[in-house]
Design a protein around this ligand. Structure first.
Ligand code: NAP
Length: 425
């Protein structure tokens, strides 16, 4: 079995190392050896002398490598949209099975890639794309195929989870925690993809598509980053027995599905509350299986390579058996994706208010005017420091945003300091 590797960075170099050091074992599991016949990279002159691989295997001509007639399997770990899309569609059209970790491309073009796999009679596996080492795609695609998944709640980005964990544990402000994450290598020099939740949104689209048998377009995922989470929000959450987490939330309701990524408060007793640092976890609620939790390393070269190797063994076995395993994406349910305004949850709202009699009544009346009922109200501080913290019962996002707009116009409200969703209760 001959394999072309596209990309030899964090993940690709570990794929090479593991394939070389575990070659015999992998051959036993597949039933024949799997040989790397070429490795495409951008810079031929980059020092890769630490890798247990012959220099002659490297090339900058990825497309020619994909098209080599002796190649059976293409592993894409270069990332980005193009030229990765061209490489993958070319491979699939030629009946070559593809393993990829490319969440960005899958979230943007999943259905077209699935169709290309089907048309080419090839496999398309992407276990590493959503949660790196944590087995999630196969459980959703296979193990839970006899069940109905109603809700998925996940922490799917290690950078944002590290930053919010640090803020909770040390009381640090966002910028300080981000600086520390960058210093330790948990955040990139440009942290936008992580802290603004673009990365999590792509993962949410993949997870929800599989969970609900419905293609979720990246543009249909509601996204808010974690930049606006303040030390005061974290402290207020802690005072109420909650913790702020970067969540991916996918819910099936009677009239459609909703998929969103944003920071939210969850009770400290929720299983996701203790997922700290760079760890990831995904909590699945299925009708018959009940509540399931998948936990582990959601990033890292070696960890991600573990999932890629699992996929390589699977597609190699399928090839030997002359089969493709399953339709890459089963979107038969085709449920409507609800706009954010219709998403229903609870809210934590902090208001800086004028310290005078009757303020509480005016604030409560504004919530009531929009049909939002209050669960708790807490007042702290005096004079210029007066603050009201309101936690609501479940309401639609539109009801809450209309309430906030009206609150911000009240003369007795200086400022709506923050609005955060409360989940998992
Ligand atoms: P990386 O370290 O930046 O490596 C990218 C590799 O692709 C490099 O070897 C680069 O070549 C090569 N490459 C890029 N553009 C190319 C081109 N046009 N032609 C030929 N080669 C090209 O990236 P990574 O962290 O390994 O991530 C790879 C993929 O895995 C991404 O899709 C990422 O989203 C996904 N993933 C990563 C992780 C993780 O923890 N890192 C986790 C889950 C999923 P040079 O070496 O010459 O620069």
């Amino acid at each position: 079995m001959k394999l072309a590797l596209l990309g030899c960075g964090n993940v690709g170099s570990e794929v090479v190392r593991l394939m070389r050091t575990r070659g015999e074992e992998l051959a036993s599991r597949v039933g024949e050896p799997v040989e790397i016949v070429g490795i495409a990279v951008r810079r031929l002159d980059r020092d890769r002398s630490h890798l247990p691989v012959e220099k002659e295997l490297f090339t900058t001509d990825a497309l020619s490598l994909v098209k080599r007639p002796d190649v059976d399997i293409v592993v894409e770990v270069a990332g980005g949209i193009e030229p990765a899309r061209t490489w993958i569609t070319t491979a699939l059209a030629e009946g070559k099975s593809v393993v990829t970790a490319n969440k960005a491309l899958l979230a943007e073009d999943g259905p077209a890639l699935s169709a290309a796999a089907k048309a080419g009679g090839a496999d398309l596996y992407y276990e590493a794309a959503a949660a790196a080492a944590i087995p999630l795609m196969r459980p959703l695609r296979e193990s839970l195929h006899g069940d109905t998944i109603n809700r998925v709640l996940g922490i799917v980005n290690g950078t944002t989870n590290y930053i919010l964990s640090q803020m909770s544990q040390t009381g640090a402000a966002f910028e300080e925690a981000l600086g520390e994450a960058t210093e330790l290598g948990y955040a990139e020099a440009d942290p936008t993809a992580d802290v603004d939740n673009y990365d999590a949104a792509a993962k949410a689209a993949l997870i929800a598509s599989l969970a609900f048998h419905t293609h979720i377009d990246l543009g249909e995922v509601y996204r808010e980053g974690i930049r606006d989470v303040s030390a005061a929000d974290i402290a207020s959450a802690a005072a109420q027995g909650r913790v702020v987490k970067p969540l991916c939330i996918a819910t099936r309701e009677a009239d459609g599905v909703s998929v969103r990524v944003h920071p939210a408060m969850i009770p400290t007793t929720h299983p996701l509350a203790n997922v700290n640092g760079a760890y990831n976890a995904v909590f699945v609620e299925a009708e018959s299986a009940g509540r399931l939790m998948f936990y582990g390393a959601g990033a890292g070269g070696t960890e991600t390579a573990s999932a890629v190797l699992g996929d390589i063994v699977a597609v190699a076995r399928n090839k030997r058996g002359g089969i493709t395993a399953f339709p890459p994406e089963a979107a038969y349910q085709d449920l409507p994706v609800k706009p954010i305004g219709e998403a229903r949850t609870r809210y934590h709202v902090s208001l800086d208010v004028v310290d005078e009699p009757g303020v509480l009544a005016r604030v409560a009346a504004t919530f009531a005017h929009h049909g939002v009922s209050l669960a708790t109200v807490h007042q702290s501080g005096q004079g210029d420091e007066a603050r009201l913290v309101v936690v609501t019962h479940t309401a639609a996002d539109k009801q809450l945003s209309d309430t906030v707009e009206e609150l911000s116009q009240l003369t007795s409200v200086h400022n709506v300091a923050s609005v955060m969703r409360v989940e998992g209760e």
